[in-house]
Ligand binder design. Structure first.
Ligand code: ASP
Length: 288
């Protein structure tokens, strides 16, 4: 987490864009086997790894996303390609992998994503016939922590030009149906950025985050109801909880104020903040 914050911070300190900072921060977490994104992605019911990711630029409202990728090493880079190189916003499956391959992104085979602990999670989920939300149920699966801190990854940034950007990347939910797409690559659900309000990334029960349009909801609450970044995140998350979902939001508003909210005490909201010229701060979830 600290490494990821520093990667984003370095780009912002050099006058780089919020988009580049978000991508740099997310790539570090995608390359780590411990988060549910990139290398550490969870398995589908049929034993595949299918990855979803998105990126949004708050200045132009341009966005890109990939879903169900089985071969892009860093799906967040695939999302950027969709934004920069196509007329589309979301490309799924084979098409996403083809686009990435043709544009020279680093490609991997399914074996790359294999991790023993994720495989064991799938076996356990199958036994119990459960759809597992990584942050909710997979307690201490690495033996590193005693609480479920690790899951989907996301980042939001504000750069020196006042531009906001947000990105989200995930392997989804353990034992999800092959072909299932969650909220993470859906702009307005698991990800959103608007220079007039905030940039945010969500984690949680994706199928419910889609129905709440959680990302846009938090942004709208900030913009039209004039709630603070944290209050807007809390209000949006309450709607997720009301429909039986769990999860959380990380955000930063146009003035650089961070916002966090999650549905439950000690849910997987391992998070941090980095400001240029200051040591990054990492927070473990605290009871709210
Ligand atoms: N939101 C993700 C999904 O539903 C899962 C997660 O955040 O852990 O695919």
């Amino acid at each position: 987490m600290e490494e990821s914050l520093k990667a984003g911070q370095k780009i912002l300190a050099g006058g780089g864009s919020a988009i580049d900072a978000v991508i740099a921060a997310i790539k570090i977490m995608e390359d780590s086997p411990i988060f549910n994104a990139g290398k550490g992605a969870v398995f589908t019911a049929d034993g595949f790894n299918e990855l979803d990711a998105s990126i949004m630029d708050g200045a132009t409202k341009r966005a890109g996303a990939v879903a169900m990728s089985r071969a892009i090493k860093n799906p967040i880079e695939g999302a950027r390609l969709v934004m920069d190189k196509t007329k589309h916003t979301l490309i799924a499956g084979e098409g996403a992998d083809k686009l990435a391959r043709e544009n020279g992104l680093e490609m991997v085979d399914q074996k790359y994503y294999f991790t023993q602990h994720r495989w064991e999670q799938l076996e356990e989920a199958k036994k119990k016939e459960e759809l597992l939300l990584d942050s909710d149920k997979q307690r201490a699966h690495l033996g590193l922590y005693t609480e479920p801190y690790l899951g989907t990854v996301g980042a939001a940034a504000l750069d020196s030009k006042g531009n906001l950007a947000a990105g989200t990347s995930t392997g989804g939910m353990t034992n999800k149906m092959t072909g299932r797409i969650g909220d993470s690559p859906i702009i307005g659900a698991g990800n959103y950025a608007d220079n007039d309000s905030l940039a945010l990334s969500c984690t949680g029960t994706g199928d419910i985050f889609i129905r709440v349009a959680t990302g846009h909801e938090a942004s709208a609450l900030y913009k039209y109801k004039k709630l603070s970044a944290t209050k807007a995140a809390e209000e949006a998350i309450k709607q997720v909880a009301a429909l039986g979902g769990t999860g959380g939001i990380v955000s930063v508003d146009k003035n650089g104020n961070p916002g966090y909210a999650w549905t439950k005490d000690k849910l997987g909201m391992f998070h941090g903040e980095a400001r240029v010229g200051q040591e990054p701060k990492v927070f473990f979830p605290v009871a709210k």
